[in-house]
Design a protein around this ligand. Structure first.
Ligand SMILES: [Zn+2]
Length: 64
């Protein structure tokens, strides 16, 4: 099973649309190019998406 990234806004997968990586509050996220303008011009619309974002694979702190 492969993990494919999804747009945080429209939830399209990277196999369907090009995704751009970003981080928010140190959380890695992905957004597609179609939703990117929304993030730029209306970030408030996506704020809840970030906060409600379900982290499937939370990054583990590296304790070396
Ligand atoms: Zn999208």
């Amino acid at each position: 099973m492969t993990t494919s990234h999804k747009c945080i806004s429209c939830e399209k997968e990277e196999t369907v649309v090009p995704l751009v990586s970003l981080t928010f509050s140190k959380i890695p996220a992905w957004i597609c190019t179609q939703c990117l303008p929304t993030l730029i011009h209306n970030p408030a619309q996506l704020e809840s998406k970030f906060r409600d974002m379900d982290i499937e694979n939370p990054p583990k702190p590296e304790l070396n």
